[in-house]
Design a protein around this ligand. Structure first.
Ligand code: SF4
Length: 386
């Protein structure tokens, strides 16, 4: 029996290499919390306190709640929390979170619209093959008409669209659990509190959709359990990954960061080689630009002097006008006409990139695969560091 969660499955879909390190090899790394995650956590804990206190008959006013938020922030904050967006300070984030709490308070006080059944739930939904799915709902509520509310606080700076809400799998899985657990549930509303916008986005699922979703998740889990290949997948999310020091894409950069002293840093072979290559590619581009300029000037020279051959000290260059074919923008139409005229076989080439991809994925006839062999090689791309 294995427990899966929304974030575990998302990690697999985001980067299988990270998934392997985190969930299969269970490698413990120093978790460097980002300021966004930290702020989100403090806001969540503040709103949890608001409702928890109410259960005990203690109603916080806005000032008390904001003091709690501020004190919790100060107590938990540490300088190793990562701020990826360097243009903003920790104080900017703290103020932003305080505004979220304040706006929420103004909007929903006295918080008695719907009855709270659970806060930060720790439940399990049974899946096939004995697996379980972790149900962690920020706030679960119901009203007396049999409507249940799966409430999720979002501190993102991007408003969730209706399409995203309607296709979201995290809260939909929670709805499935609510329907199984509470037999009186007539409907389950999924509500995202988009705190940065003081707005709600809501969505619902039919029983049929929930059944299909469960099947989809179970199939996804089967795929995870069958998986034997865990490649890296570089994306914008790498900026927030805690496994960079173990990742072949970023290990070298992390090693450089950890080296002490400029001297040691400058003695690094990899760094020197990349800098040298960068400089040579730069020079190559400049030289290519100069060659093009000289060619243009030679063409001008040949036209003016009405000559086809120009002489240097050791070399000569022929400059000849030729007729160049300009093809229509609509290449497909051209290819269709070539095919109609029966000229395609004579004029077409094999697309070796496409063919290689099909061979590597075994998506082509076995006889063709047998005629080839596969060996390891290296590709090399030089790009700007992010
Ligand atoms: S840094 Fe990016 S590619 Fe490397 S393990 Fe993390 S998510 Fe995957």
């Amino acid at each position: 029996m294995t427990t899966y969660s929304y974030s575990k499955i998302s990690t697999f879909l985001q980067c299988r290499y990270k998934y392997k390190l985190q969930y299969i090899d269970r490698i413990k790394v120093e978790v460097k919390t980002t300021i966004e995650a930290f702020m989100g956590s403090i806001v969540h804990q503040t709103l949890e306190k608001l409702y928890k206190d109410m259960k005990f008959g203690k109603n916080n006013n806005k000032k008390e709640l904001l003091s709690f938020y501020s004190a919790l922030w100060d107590e938990k904050y540490s300088d190793d929390i990562r701020i990826v967006k360097k243009e903003y300070s920790a104080q900017n984030y703290k103020d932003m979170g305080a505004k979220f709490v304040s706006d929420y308070y103004e909007h929903y006080a006295p918080f008695d619209q719907i009855k709270v059944l659970g806060l930060e739930t720790q439940e399990m939904l049974n899946l096939n093959n004995g697996n379980k799915y972790h149900i962690r709902i920020d706030r679960l509520c119901s009203d007396n008409r049999g409507t249940y509310y799966v409430c999720d606080y979002k501190t993102n700076s991007r408003l969730k669209s209706q399409e995203e809400a309607d296709s979201d799998r995290q809260l939909a899985m929670y709805a499935l659990w609510v329907k199984e657990r509470f037999k009186d549930a007539k409907e389950v509303k999924l509500i995202w509190y988009m705190l940065a916008f003081d707005r709600e986005v809501s969505s619902e699922r039919t029983d049929e959709q929930l059944k299909n979703l469960k099947k989809e998740i179970e199939e996804q889990i089967e795929k995870i359990e069958r998986c034997e290949d865990f490649p890296v997948n570089e994306s914008a999310l790498c900026n927030w990954c805690n496994y960079k020091e173990l990742c072949p894409l970023f290990r070298h950069e992390e090693e450089l960061k950890s080296k002490k002293g400029l001297e040691k840093y400058m003695a690094e072979d990899g760094l020197k080689l990349i800098d040298e290559l960068d400089e040579l590619i730069f020079q190559k581009k400049q030289i290519e630009g100069k060659i093009d300029t000289i060619k243009d000037r030679l063409i001008e020279f040949a036209k003016q002097r009405k000559v086809n051959m120009i002489f240097g000290t050791d070399k000569k260059a022929s400059v000849r006008e030729y007729e160049k074919v300009i093809y229509p923008q609509d290449k497909e139409k051209l290819v269709n006409v070539i095919k109609e005229k029966g000229l395609y076989d004579d004029l077409s080439n094999i697309n070796y990139i496409k063919l290689s991809s099909k061979i590597l994925k075994s998506q082509i006839d076995e006889d063709i695969i047998k005629m080839t062999r596969i060996e390891k090689d290296y590709r090399f791309f030089l790009s700007k560091k992010k």
